[in-house]
Design a protein around this ligand. Structure first.
Ligand code: PRT
Ligand code: ZN
Length: 210
């Protein structure tokens, strides 16, 4: 039996479940349950916080998982990536108060920047020789400039409306993300075979939706 970890509730949940169902895999969901077994494929689904999924797959608690590349790479688990899934697309971007002058990333030198993605941000800025003070906060990043906590932010953007409603302007794209299928790197031959079967079905779903 293959164990798949998906997000319990959030922006990845619905499309992750939809993809598995489109692969012809049936299961019964309940918002109270933390795991379910498929009725027609040797698959067990675990429902977790998205941030915990890469670690669980790396440790082998789950065999495979679906998570955003932003979380995967931030946590340093990019080696587990198997297949981009084409949903939950978003970007990690730097934004500044809309009235601020901004010419280039060099303008951020010495500034305070709030983010939930310190590693992705640090890598982007180091490559460009920019030094900042990173304040790592876990949520409500967009309000940091207006309450005086930071000069700029680095956060996930999809439509851009959250930035606009907080008086911010997107100035740099740090990282492009989408949902990705990940797998433990020590799967048994049996589990590897099940994963290959699942991948075969995922590819068929992707071809059909193109
Ligand atoms: O509870 P749990 O820890 O599992 O969930 P979470 O709250 O950490 O994550 P969740 O459900 O918000 O997001 C899960 C994943 O969806 C992220 O890691 C991204 O890969 C992806 N994703 C896609 C997004 C967005 N779009 C998105 N718009 N994640 C977050 N946002 C937020 C963003 O943080 C910002 O506050 O939406 C706001 C911006 O949206 P726009 O449309 O106004 O630009
Ligand atoms: Zn999370």
């Amino acid at each position: 039996m293959l164990r798949l970890a998906i997000q319990k509730s959030g922006r990845l949940s619905e499309d992750s479940l939809k993809l598995i169902r489109e692969c012809g895999i049936s299961f019964i969901t309940s918002s109270l349950k933390l795991k379910t077994e498929s009725t027609n494929f040797p698959l067990e689904i675990l429902y977790l916080r998205d941030d915990d999924i890469p670690g669980y797959v790396a440790d082998g608690v789950a065999d495979i998982g679906i998570v955003g590349e932003n979380v995967l790479v931030e946590e340093g688990y990019q080696a587990l990536a198997v297949e981009k899934l084409g949903f939950s697309k978003c970007r990690l971007s730097l934004a500044v108060p809309k009235a601020d002058d901004y010419e280039s990333v060099q303008d951020l030198n010495g500034k305070n920047i709030a983010t939930s993605y310190p590693n992705l941000l640090q890598a982007f800025l180091s490559e460009r020789g920019v030094q900042v003070n990173i304040h790592t906060i876990s949520g409500s990043v967009e309000i940091a400039p207006s309450i005086g906590l930071a000069d700029a932010i680095c956060d996930i953007v999809s439509s851009g409306s959250t930035l606009i409603s907080n008086g911010l302007r997107e100035v740099e794209r740090v990282f492009n993300s989408q949902a990705v299928l990940i797998a433990n790197d020590g799967l048994t031959a049996e589990k590897r075979e099940l994963l290959d079967k699942l991948l075969f079905r995922i590819h068929a779903v992707q071809r059909a939706s193109r």
